[in-house]
Design a protein around this ligand. Sequence first.
Ligand code: URP
Ligand code: ZN
Ligand code: ZN
Length: 467
Amino acid sequence: MALLIRGGEIVTAESRYHSDILVEDEVIRAIGRDLPAPADVEIIDASGKLVFPGFVDPHVHIHLPFMSTFAKDTHATASKAALIGGTTTFIEMCCPSRNDDALESYHLWKEKAEGNSACDYAFHMAVTRYDARTESQLREIVRDGAASFKIFLAYKNFFGVDDEEMYRTLTLASELGVITTAHCESAELVSQLQQALLADGKTGPGWHEPSRPEAVEAEGTGRFATFLEHTNATGYVVHLSCVPALRAAVDAKLRGVRLSIESVLPHFLLDKTYAERAGIEGMKHVMSPPLRDKRNLSALWSALDAGLIDTVGTDHCPFDTEQKLLGARAFTQIPNGIPGIEDRVNLMWTYGVKRGLLDIHRFVDALSTRPARIFGLAPSKGMIAVGSDGDLVVFDPSYRGMISARTHHTNNDYNGFEGFAIEGRPSVVTVRGTVQVSDGTFVGQSNRGRMIRREPQYFNHEASNDR
Ligand code: URP
Ligand code: ZN
Ligand code: ZN
């Protein structure tokens, strides 16, 4: 059945205007005023509402074996939470440990998602070891449509790669024309600092931040950029949290390194005092890189508004209170991660756009259009244009509510943003023309989502000219 969204105010990364949108056979067929309604059509009245392109979350963890446990969501729970929050496509990190086989893991991740997601999804493939089989396996994975890599410079002996492995991954990525995303913290420095703090009897969650100080993230960011420069590869720093790391990344951009910057929801809204709270309250706010000193937050907002920070993801990573308590005796054992897949759009809208810290077009760009472009999902995703997928968010700016674990949909017993007010929320959300959310409630098909296969992008102009 066709879908006609009538009378809304369309807001994209570039423009803002009143128009109707007609979706047929999954894609946008027409945009214009007073479009005629075809015979068999579902009409949504969007008057008084904003209409955004479906939001794209470039960084989520759903299936995740990590720190002796598993993240709590399934694709069913995470995708519904995503949709209720306006996210119509997410990119999941496929993260085998160093001891796992990359190709087997990739198939496992795909099996977990297939038929179980209500929204569309894609994968970043984490390279957590580089041995004799890695190259051919990665070529196969890229051919299958997971055209981006992930490396961790942190998490020694688990996900972390050494410099030789980083070099080899980036060299292959450069040849294949795929982008490499990176968690930029020095694993060795973190490990040494953790041991020193524990030896001093400093065991509570408040010591997590001092064990991975800003300089450690800046070092990782700068090193990643230098390796990109010398391999002619294209990179993307995930979850950048602080000014020194931002300086390192921007300095690389100025040198001409092809590097994009992502920061994630918690780093815009929460500071390190949340993790310094006693006991379980602090543990709920342990993630890496850690929540930072408050002075970083306003710098991140400014850099985002100016477009120096390219994208906003969530790094959605739900561990419940029982799992967080694994770290009751030592902060190093607290499973790292804060969920947010449902809250990104509403919180960035409320505390960014509504508070005057973030231009509305930059909001759409950072949360939808730019991640779609950077990761090869555009023009199907991230834009409202004839021919793009019918992924649309009819957003009600008059809604007033509050974030709470009592009402959220992710499979977790706490919410790191508990009690935060929201001033607006998606009222209708569509995936390729199917209404999946209505009046803020999931009403759609649990298996509507499909894997979006992406082509390599050949960022390297010289190499692409040779092809
Ligand atoms: O604390 C975090 N960020 N947990 C998820 C794993 C990662 O580093 O992205
Ligand atoms: Zn990370
Ligand atoms: Zn992550």
